[in-house]
Design a protein around this ligand. Structure first.
Ligand SMILES: [Zn+2]
Length: 490
């Protein structure tokens, strides 16, 4: 049995059950799509859409964290986004634009106007109009009510299936019903992507920016996501399907051409790139690193060791470790609760969960509250422990569980994993530092190879991508006056 995957399934079912009440309330509601002006089938009111987005935003920030190291950069992204949203068809939504502290390259829109770009994405863009293209695209998903439309379709589909009817053709959509973080995995259809691209092109000139920036941004993000591969966080390509080099089509359909005014282009670059100096690039070891069987998280100052042979997956600040037979798992999560008492009360009060008598232990210098529990997942009885560890204003939950029938033989590795928790020393914490971008303006022609002495071939390739150059461009002379992004070791 796969405990980890079942967790997702359980979350979706809980959502469906909760949504049932909603269906009764608003079934059959029709709303006018603000972008197309056409009436469309939808089950959510705008107030519900906003509430859903705000709820998911809390989970989003809990799990992935906001990048707060550069308040000026955050304010810049936010101001550009707000200026564009104010010119959109839905100016009155509670729009919010945030930088997520993640190295994956992506941008996301939640219903109701919660928009995110990762710091990984920001590093690869080269001018303000490109950022406007990305923000405009995500704004477009919201103004055209794409995710909420996807949700409605899925809801409608389940109602139809229950009634033994097939109402919807699924020609172009793969709607994934979602609550909270699951919204992230909602895949937009090709038509929706195309519509969002078109809206980005429409919005950028309204704030005085080059619509061709959207074309460049789509091209860069597709190229870089393809080169960088997979991370825990979904990448641009996984949430924005790009089957046929759609930036070409976008330029053609809208009659867009690259800007030829060199001075305008320089100003567009300077307004953006100069702000990236000091940006954290790549994996930030302070946010959590898996080395061998050990997970170290410097921001909250703890370490935990998993049994030999277990697989370990990190997704943002969550970690899931599974036994080789998938019959036991340990999950690390940061709960929404502010205190251990609150987190414990939530577990004890949870329906279908039986808990034992809690106890306190000091684990590697960390005061910890432990409690045993029994519950059932998908009809399978499971047993385990939860450890609550107060860490810097939030509560780390370590959940160690297995099938109840297998628990006697798995109890030792499960409890042993919890007991491996330890507080990091100040010196260990100080040693973990990320790479950063250094942005320079060339005062004379130079080659990337000379600007990054000692870089390996692979590092030079990544540097070329970072500067929107061909992978083999390390030896090309770059003109004086050009802005160049370099990576500097801690
Ligand atoms: Zn999209």
């Amino acid at each position: 049995m796969d405990l980890c995957r079942r967790r997702r399934g359980a979350a979706r079912r809980a959502w469906s059950a909760g949504a049932l009440g909603l269906i009764v309330l608003v079934l059959g509601g029709c709303a006018t799509n603000p972008v197309t002006g056409q009436s469309q089938f939808t089950l959510y009111t705008e107030a519900e859409e906003i509430e859903l987005g705000l709820q998911a935003n809390r989970e989003m920030l809990q799990n992935y964290g906001e990048y707060t190291e550069d308040p000026q950069l955050s304010a810049y992204v936010s101001q550009l986004g707000l200026a564009m949203a104010a010119q959109s068809e839905r100016p009155d939504l509670p729009w919010a634009f945030r930088i997520l502290d993640d190295e994956a390259i992506n941008a996301l829109a939640l219903p109701g106007g919660q928009i995110y770009v990762t710091r990984g994405l920001l590093a690869y863009l080269g001018r303000e109009s490109e950022l406007a293209g990305v923000l405009g695209h995500e704004i477009g998903h919201v103004t055209a009510r794409h995710s909420i439309h996807g949700l409605s379709r899925d809801l409608a589909l389940s109602v139809a299936l229950e009634a033994g009817l097939v109402l919807l053709d699924e020609e172009d959509a793969e709607p994934v019903a979602a609550l909270g973080l699951e919204l992230l995995f909602l895949k937009f259809s090709r038509n929706q992507e195309r519509q969002a691209d078109g809206l980005a092109v429409r919005y950028a000139p309204r704030v005085g920016l080059d619509p061709y920036g959207t074309v460049d941004a789509l091209r860069i993000l597709a190229q870089v996501s393809a080169a960088e591969g997979e991370g825990g966080f979904p990448t641009w390509l996984s949430t924005h399907p790009d089957p046929d080099r759609r930036w070409h089509r976008l330029a053609e359909e809208n009659g867009l051409a690259p800007v030829t005014d060199a001075a305008a282009l320089v100003a567009d670059r300077q307004r953006y790139v100069s702000r990236l100096d000091g940006l954290v690039v790549g994996e930030d070891p302070r946010n959590g690193v898996v080395e061998g069987q050990v997970y170290t998280q410097v921001r909250d100052g703890f370490q935990i060791a998993f049994p030999p042979g277990w697989t370990i997956e990190r997704d943002g600040r969550s970690v899931v470790a599974a036994s080789p037979g998938d019959d036991a798992a340990v999950l690390l999560q940061h709960g929404p609760e502010a205190s251990v008492q609150e987190a414990e009360a939530a577990l004890v009060g949870e329906e279908g969960v039986t808990t034992g008598r809690p106890w306190n232990e000091s684990l590697g210098g960390l005061p910890t509250r432990l409690i045993g529990f029994d519950t059932s997942l998908d009809g399978t009885e499971v047993r385990g422990y939860v450890a609550f560890v107060p860490l810097g204003g939030s509560v780390l939950k370590v959940i160690a569980l297995s099938e109840t029938a297998r628990f006697p033989s798995l109890q030792n590795p499960l409890y042993g994993t919890i007991r491996s928790l330890r507080k990091l020393g100040a010196r260990e914490a100080a040693a973990a530092r990320p790479e950063r971008l250094r942005v320079v303006r060339l005062d004379r022609p130079a080659r990337l190879r000379d600007l990054a002495p000692g870089a390996t071939a692979a590092e030079l390739e990544r540097l070329a991508l970072l500067n929107d150059l061909d992978a083999g461009a390390a030896d090309l002379p770059l003109a004086a006056g050009r802005w160049v992004k370099l990576r500097v070791a801690p």
